[in-house]
Design a protein around this ligand. Structure first.
Ligand SMILES: Nc1ncnc2c1ncn2[C@@H]1O[C@H](COP(=O)(O)OP(=O)(O)O)[C@@H](O)[C@H]1O
Ligand SMILES: [Mg+2]
Length: 254
């Protein structure tokens, strides 16, 4: 079953009375359990696509279906609940609240969700377990400005998972990280995916994209190509995956 589908999705920005047609009739489908990478030149519309399909921003024309529901027909309130309960977000400009500790930031979505009926004690326990898995247990009580970029990004992953979303959207989740942190973050995302969470992420990094099951290449607001990879079964295959993906990208003018 498709968790996400778009049909002739268009997004136009109007700036200083000038139209900028950023997404032009994008049709795509993401099946449950997929891990899709979106690649393409800077300014090609990757972030715009992520915002549009997750209901963070309105669309100009076409359709976006999440679990079969047309999100354009949902009220702002319904959309907010959908985003809170069924979607997780990891963005590069990490929206963490500066007056809360890392732990309190991570449990915020759970505290806000009406679907979540568990007592705070259990939420905190679940949060600590997630933080342990991501190797950031020791920063639970730190302020946001007392942690490194890699730690903060991992905290964002924890937060995106708190309400056990069906799907995670990530905009360059490793963009600000060094190779080691990037590999660690990707390992966690791949693990979440293997446990059933669907993931759509934007990346410039072939090594990151090679861990996904499919790569969409966007140029000038259109999907120019699509590359299917099998589920990644460990490190021995990585080189070959990266090499073949890289060749494909080069053919597309990467
Ligand atoms: N909020 C906005 N208002 C107006 N124009 C925007 C906005 N967001 C993005 N754009 C424009 O849309 C185009 C695509 O941007 P974006 O989706 O951020 O590209 P990418 O993520 O692929 O680098 C760019 O020309 C950008 O200037
Ligand atoms: Mg972007």
């Amino acid at each position: 079953m498709n968790i996400l589908e778009t049909k002739d999705l268009c997004k136009t920005y109007i700036v200083n009375k000038r139209q900028n047609n950023v997404l032009k009739n994008v049709s795509l489908a993401v099946g449950e359990g997929e891990m899709v990478a979106v690649m393409g030149p800077s300014g090609s519309g990757k972030s715009t696509l992520l915002y549009a399909v997750s209901g963070m921003d309105g669309i100009t024309a076409g359709k976006v279906l999440f679990c079969g529901k047309n999100i354009a027909e949902m009220s702002q309130k319904e959309l907010a609940v959908l985003r809170l309960d069924e979607m997780g977000f990891i963005f590069q400009q990490m929206y963490m609240l500066k007056n809360l500790t890392v732990l309190d930031n991570i449990i915020l979505p759970a505290a806000q969700s009406k679907k979540n009926k568990e007592p705070r004690r259990e939420t905190v326990q679940r949060c600590r377990e997630l933080m342990r898995k991501l190797g950031i247990s020791d920063i639970a009580d730190n302020d946001i400005n007392e942690v490194s970029g890699g730690q903060l990004q991992r905290a964002c992953i924890c937060r995106s998972m708190m309400n056990r979303p069906k799907m995670i959207f990530a905009d360059e989740p490793t963009g600000a990280l060094n190779r080691t942190s990037s590999d660690e973050v990707m390992e966690e995302l791949a693990k979440l995916n293997s446990e059933g969470t669907t993931i759509m992420l934007v990346t410039h990094d072939v090594k990151v994209a090679a861990k996904c099951t499919r790569v969409l290449y966007i140029v000038d607001g259109n999907i120019k190509g699509e590359y299917n990879l099998n589920k990644c079964e460990g490190f021995s295959q990585m080189r070959e995956r990266e090499r073949s993906l890289n060749n494909w990208l080069l053919e597309l003018g990467w």
